[in-house]
Design a protein around this ligand. Sequence first.
Ligand code: BGC
Length: 434
Amino acid sequence: MIKFTKDFLLGAATAAHQVEGNNTNSDCWAMEHMEHTSYAEPSLDAVDHYHRYEEDIQLMADAGLNAYRFSLEWARIEPSEGQFDEEAIEHYRDVIRCCKKHGIEPVVTLHHFSSPVWLIGKGGWEAESTVDDFARYTRYVMEKLGDELRCVCTINEANMGLQIAAIAERYKRQMMVQMEKMQAAGDKDDADGTVQVGINLQKMMADQKAAAEENKKVFGVENVANFTSMRSADGDLLVMKAHQAAKAVIRELAPHIRVGLTLSLHDMQVTEAGGEPFAGKEWEDEFTHYLPYIQDDDFLGVQNYTRSLFGPNGGLPYPEGAEMTQMNYEFYPQALEHVIRRVAEDFKGDLIVTENGVAIADDSRRIAFIAEALAGVKNCIDDGIPVKGYFHWSLIDNFEWQKGYSMTFGLISVDRTTQTRTPKESLSFLGSFR
Ligand code: BGC
């Protein structure tokens, strides 16, 4: 049986908005409650981790884990611009101390997708002012909690906005082709008829207008630039600047802290000749072009869930008969080892797997996933790659953003009517690697 060394961080991860509940000053909460929402359901009490964190940390410790990655909620700490909430920061001090009491190393993320509503009103993740705003929030957190921490991720999946923009772009192209076909078939003004993929174009356009009006009411701007909105090239650079500004603050106030960001990375595989340029371009967009901004970070957080396949015309579908997860992507735990090896070719600092996991109902398949993923991590370490930790996503079944509570990524399940926790077998299985 594989065992990791005592100093290896073996744990699980969560994000504030997905588990805490009642994150009422955040943009996600606002969007969940809008008429024109793309959220399947609102987060409400989530899994009430805000009040039940001690029980959750205890379960982790009982299972043998020694680290917990969680995020601080900016919207709680700075609910209105420049106004900091002492109670909120003290809450996170309690969580950090609770981890330590149970022999768990707290690894804190400063920003995990959700942002304060006021930030979005100022232009959000496309506005230059966000760099200073993020630095000021980081300064407050470091002044209060810097002494308590040893490892901080500034921004979760700093590359997410570009990935979403690329997907939206591909989708738009498919729609254009569809429209052209309809027009060629003399269908011109029957645009109210639904196109093949079940999208109603005219309604979509009318909705967009109404949504813009609602945005104006809720956020004060028509175009909402959330962290998970489609990102422009300037916005992409802005995220890097925000990371660098936060890193500078951390190094000034708490130089003992190891600091890095996290990236969502796919295992790009060319499975049909001719796919090389597409796979290369995608890797450049997802990873390589960030190198100048992260080169001197203490570590890089690697987040991987599956692979992407390429052929002569670009992306390819998953192979016939592939095992799929609830998220509709392939169950492919081998991807993690491939991604770590690829990243290590260019990034020379430490690597921490800050997320890796699978949304699946059958926990025995989660166990199989963990076994394969950790075998891959061990192979990398044996080959001298400095992988310092592995955090499984997620500690507990939680609010999967726009998809709501239907996805089960957790090592612990929850009955949300009573908030009763039941550890799955995969939790102790993960712990057995120490
Ligand atoms: C995010 C998590 C999310 C997970 C599973 C990652 O992209 O950081 O917040 O729940 O993937 O989809």
